[in-house]
Ligand binder design. Sequence first.
Ligand code: F0G
Length: 355
Amino acid sequence: TQQWRGVVEEYRDLLDIPTGTPAVTLREGGTPLVHSEWLSGLTGAEVHLKVEGDNPTGSFKDRGMTAAISVAVHEGAKAVVCASTGNTSASMAAYAAKAGLKPLVLVPEGKIAAGKMAQAILHGAQVIMVRGNFDDCLAMARGLSQAYPVALVNSVNPVRLEGQKSAAFEVVDMLGDAPDYHLLPVGNAGNISAYWLGYTQYAELGEATKRPVMRGFQAEGASPLVTGEPFPDPETKATAIRIGNPASWHLAEKAAKESEGRFAAVSDDQILAAQRELASHDGVFVEPASAAGVAGLLQELARGESYRGSTVVITVTGHGLKDTATALEAFSAGGAGIVDTVVDAEVDAAAAAAG
Ligand code: F0G
């Protein structure tokens, strides 16, 4: 049997990358669409989770990165650079390692989850911590790529979106048509833009009869697409989406407008509660930022919005193991306390403790 070939080979004819570009792949994509009994029950809709934490480095970034690194190698790059809140750097470092490129990473000091930092370091990246936020890091990465022979692989590189749009193809391939609604977290706004490209392309090709309404959710403390103004000092516990001035702002607004969708903000408490509920109801453990779409759906229900009878896809963007510290902090702050009963190594002792 043939295994899944990865995003570039599975969808090569649909991606705008130079003909004959050899694929640098870790067999990313092909992620599961998991039916959520919990959210379907709450909404009266069929709600599916696109579980992007199942990608090789644990986030959706691998879809864009296989494309960006493949093209960078094809074009003769020897080094690559990105700014990141953690997942892009983890992904870039892995694909750069696979391709034999030198990876340079710029991250906001003290704001990167431990799992992501470990990935970048172990894959051999040079990690530079910046006294500033993601937006500052992105400006520096752009500057470095202009002044030095190092290829920029942030989503301002259009090849990234070409790879990332494959997630929309997969959703349609699995459901047989586009869903009615697609909800997802939004930070730098590349992913929502890429989904819209993918859904639009599939509709034009006749692979889908419609395009979904796109609803993007940002953290309250970093919600420029909701307020319409950049946030000079973005702040949220969902560090992956701690971004004040999204690079794909206009493309994301276009996606919302053309789909008759919108952006909304959710609080950190809503995000962390959604993370816990998703883990305990559906068995899907995602990182805090990744729960923003689920938090968004719950908020809309609370506000009286109806999804009854529709098909809904929510992208959960990254794996819960990326940031266990925030998850456990929020869990104990939630009042339950962390259950870590210690007993002697005897059956009776365990039975007594378990009640
Ligand atoms: N969810 C996760 C887990 C992310 O890492 C990101 C972005 C997003 C959502 C938002 O996606 O930026 O396309 O709107 N992370 C980037 C990074 C910024 O550097 O890893 P977006």
